[in-house]
Design a binder for this molecule. Sequence first.
Ligand code: NAD
Length: 324
Amino acid sequence: MGAERALILSTPEQRRDAIELTRRLGKRAAGIFDRALMHVPLETANAARVEAERIGADCCVTIGGGSTTGLAKAIALVSDLPILAIPTTYAGSEMTPIWGLTEDGIKKTGRDPRVLPKTVIYDPLLTITMTPALSGASGINAIAHCVEALYAEDRNPIISIIAEEGIRALAKSLPIVAREPSNIGARSDALYGAWLGGTSLGAVGMALHHKLCHTLGGTFNLPHAETHTLILPQVVAYNAVAIPEAMARVAAALGTKSAAAGLYDLGVAVGAKMSLRDFGIQASDLDRAADLAVQNPYYNPRPISRERIRVLLDNAYHGRRPEA
Ligand code: NAD
């Protein structure tokens, strides 16, 4: 990349990885900012932007999951600094030009080519330290990118092939990762699926599932990957009647009869919590979540109404397994 003054980014939990990276980069490491946080709060983004300017950084190197990559994107959005991303989860952010920022409890996202990492280093060894819970949920987050790519408004045949292959790779590898967390072959397959998931997310638009997860995550500060995992089967069950062909492809890739039930069962198989109430959401929060989810119009293959979204959220709250 020709860069000489890298700002290394991590979460506080991954500071040791950032220090090790700094050691390896030697003189090219100009500093560490280790305060990456879920959903990129604007205050954190601003603090990191100030730090990048203060040390005269000419690139950002991230080591971590989507939150850390997201922080580098927030810097790139205002400075054009190139990003070298080293992902350690399966979120897939490193392959997308999508940024996200949370201000006053509302998460905003946008697309800008400046935030797409210039270089990505995938190393499955770095994913072994993920907890079993994060491994499974993070992988299903990548599956969610693939699933929505299959019924995106601007879907295309090439991305659909990539998306279907991503679901297949992750559905096969995640249960193995759950049983044997240090199985490097399964970790490698899961990271391959994550790469395909990120590629799908970056190439086409998303729909109800991503909108709902952003709303719930930003407003109720829910863990991102875990939210995706429990919401996905409910959204797929909701959309299924409108998109039989996409559902058949999802089911085929999962190796199940029903896409929605198959996704639910995969969540259970990787040990994920499948109901919103497990994350401290109160039944009384669901009305607000439904209001926010229908506030701005967006594409979805099945028309959205507040009443139907409220039912979907109720199913997610109780963690009901979709019938079909
Ligand atoms: P995360 O980055 O928030 O990480 C969760 C926790 O796990 C953190 O404490 C982190 O330090 C730790 N962690 C990460 N990798 C680890 C490892 N290998 N070993 C041990 N601990 C590890 O989680 P995430 O699910 O990767 O990212 C979620 C965020 O990414 C959300 O804010 C979401 O909106 C964003 N995201 C953005 C895009 C995009 O295209 N812009 C795509 C996917 C996700």
